[in-house]
Design a protein around this ligand. Structure first.
Ligand code: 0L1
Ligand code: MG
Length: 257
């Protein structure tokens, strides 16, 4: 199997918004390790073009999503500078079938690594927590894939937006934060932080442990999207998305061609 060739193909689809067949159609025995190597290769292409690694995302963090994929642990993906929306507008160019999901983002102030990390270590390394919305988009036809396919496709990473206001990690029970997502003025999803592995801090713990297996630590200044608080919702041109995060305020954007 040519990891670099597959990474090039996925990278081209991530840039152009062109759909592709699942990698496992050609390589049914693709392993988790090989899939992460493909993911790394794809993101390296973006970095070679001038993009920067700015953080990490966790996916498959809800029990329901893990059961539906037949897995017992989450997956991670890589976030780059060009994925972050700096204006409240999602442009559809380069996207295939985007879906949005509310998340809580941790921003780190200290390096975090190792296989024995605890929630207390995460709190000590966290600068602030921010409301966030992730836009996921699979490069595979019909948003259909196996676990290793989606790992190779950077865990469906596409775009994300975080709030302007960061909050102290210590003064909020993040598992109890209620979230309500509206599309075009109607509530379409509700949930609470506990949907993310019981508590979003556990998602960061899991990420650190998974990265440690690959010899990676999280660098200061990195953003970590901890996982979806509700099911993802499809968006198309003209939609207006607003997410209310209990006492933390709201985050919104509109979708344009
Ligand atoms: O961010 C996510 O939870 C997505 C993980 C990959 C699975 C999917 O695309 O639904
Ligand atoms: Mg997500």
């Amino acid at each position: 199997m040519d990891i670099q060739r597959i990474a090039e193909e996925i990278d081209a689809c991530q840039r152009s918004g062109k759909e592709m067949d699942k990698v496992t159609i050609s390589y049914p025995s693709l392993s988790v390790e090989e899939a992460y190597a493909i993911q790394k290769g794809c993101v390296q292409h973006a970095i070679d073009r001038g993009d920067q690694l700015t953080g990490w995302k966790m996916g498959l963090t809800s029990r329901a999503k893990q059961v539906s994929m037949g897995v017992k642990e989450p997956i991670y993906g890589r976030l780059t500078q060009s994925m972050e929306l700096t204006e409240p507008v999602l442009h559809l160019e380069g996207l295939i079938h985007p879906r949005v999901e509310p998340e809580l983002a941790f921003v780190l102030k200290k390096e975090l690594g190792g296989g024995e990390v605890t929630p207390r270590d995460v709190w000590a390394a966290t600068e602030c927590v921010l409301p966030a919305i992730e836009v996921i988009d699979s490069r595979y036809k019909n948003f259909s894939f196996t676990l290793v396919d989606v790992i190779a496709d950077n865990a469906s990473s596409s775009k994300f937006i975080v709030g302007d206001q960061g909050f102290s990690p210590y003064t909020t029970a993040w598992d109890e934060v209620g979230v309500s997502m509206m599309k075009n003025g109607e509530v379409v999803q509700t949930g609470a932080g506990a949907a993310v592995l019981g508590h979003p801090v556990r998602s960061v713990v899991e990420l650190v442990k998974m990265l440690n297996r690959d010899g990676i630590s999280i660098q200061p200044g990195s953003v970590v999207l901890t996982g979806a608080v509700t099911d993802a919702v499809s968006v198309s041109e003209g939609d207006r998305i607003a997410v209310q995060f209990d006492q933390l305020g709201s985050l919104r954007f509109r979708v344009q061609a």
